[in-house]
Design a binder for this molecule. Structure first.
Ligand SMILES: Cc1cc2nc3c(=O)[nH]c(=O)nc-3n(C[C@H](O)[C@H](O)[C@H](O)COP(=O)(O)OP(=O)(O)OC[C@H]3O[C@@H](n4cnc5c(N)ncnc54)[C@H](O)[C@@H]3O)c2cc1C
Length: 294
């Protein structure tokens, strides 16, 4: 039986019993029992400090575009709802962690600032992008990151420049209770038309290779060293393999899609089947790229 939450935590903006289907791009999962949505950095800090004091674990949610949630989540979930303000200073843009990552890349393009074109088709929030060091086409967030702000798991506010070892392929150290609050990217003056053209080419590539009309969580498995997870899954004969409403996309085998009413159990079974078949056919152990909450 989960224990009751302290009064000071319950004074912060929150909702009860929100289905993860509404909080994730894949649209499956159980129920989020406690969804905390602080609107100021002070409230975020109060949340973290109350959890630390109570010894209460919590999870941090962004746009839910890299998540497969398999069960109800009984511990508090923190989803920032900071004011959607972007500040421009010269060629630098600063955004809060709850700002849309695609929107920031569009803001940069409209302002004729080059450097975030790679981010145009990566859904989710800037906080999620920072945590995941999101990237595409050989570029990743850390390439343009100038400074970032976060709370430590103890609730201490830190603002710093990135240092070696803090960010690598689809990973940053901002795990285990760290909360990203925002960041500043250093871009370059560019030609708005040329930037828009690069974005259009990138989006066209995604539109033709990814099943964007169906709910999904992006690439489900990491590419094993020197190989492609999508190719291995395809060669194992799994394109179009379906369990209930969960399917290995016929367009891109590393995308598992929800045809509308897929359940978490169907996704868990589909992921397990894909791993088993790829292990049997290729002798390769696929590791999830998405984060799994249970
Ligand atoms: C169609 C599609 C295409 C995609 N293409 C790409 C791609 O090309 N490249 C790529 O890198 N990714 C891609 N992704 C995956 C995903 O969009 C990125 O990983 C994204 O950056 C996740 O952001 P989010 O806000 O949705 O994070 P979530 O999915 O909500 O969370 C992901 C992780 O970040 C943590 N997190 C979220 N916010 C914070 C915060 N404020 N502080 C600390 N931790 C936080 C969560 O705890 C979790 O560990 C794609 C996904 C989809 C659906």
């Amino acid at each position: 039986m989960p224990r009751p939450l302290p009064d000071d935590l319950l004074k912060l903006p929150h909702r009860r019993d929100v289905p993860f289907a509404k909080l994730t791009t894949l649209g499956v999962g159980g129920t989020c029992r406690w969804l905390f949505e602080p609107t100021t950095e002070g409230e975020v800090q109060s949340f973290v400090r109350a959890c630390v004091r109570e010894g209460l674990p919590y999870k941090v949610l962004g746009g839910g575009s890299n998540l497969v949630v398999l069960d109800d989540i009984e511990i508090p979930v923190l989803r920032l709802a900071l004011p959607k303000e972007v500040i421009r200073e010269g060629t630098r843009l600063s955004a809060p962690a709850s700002y849309g990552h695609i929107r920031l890349s569009q803001d940069a393009a409209k302002a004729g600032l080059a450097g975030l074109e790679f981010a145009a088709g990566i859904p989710g929030t800037t906080g999620g992008a920072l945590r995941m060091n999101a990237g595409a086409y050989g570029r990743e967030l850390v390439d343009v990151l100038q400074t970032f702000r976060f709370l430590t798991p103890e609730g201490e506010l830190v603002e710093k420049r990135p240092e070696p070892g803090e960010f690598r392929y689809r990973w940053s150290f901002l795990t285990g209770g760290h909360v990203a609050l925002g960041y500043t990217v250093a871009l370059a003056e560019g030609d708005a038309e040329a930037i828009a053209a690069t974005v259009a080419v990138n989006m066209e590539k995604r539109g033709t290779s990814q099943p964007l009309s169906k709910r999904n969580a992006g690439c489900i498995f990491k590419n094993p060293t020197g190989s492609s997870a999508g190719r291995l899954i395809d060669q194992a004969g799994l394109k179009g393999f379906r369990i209930g409403d969960a399917e290995v996309s016929p367009e891109h085998a590393n995308f598992l899609v929800n045809h509308g009413h897929a359940t978490a159990a169907e996704f868990a079974e589909l992921m397990a089947t894909v791993r088993e078949k790829v292990r049997a056919v290729h002798g390769v152990e696929l590791e999830p790229e998405v984060e799994i909450w249970r």
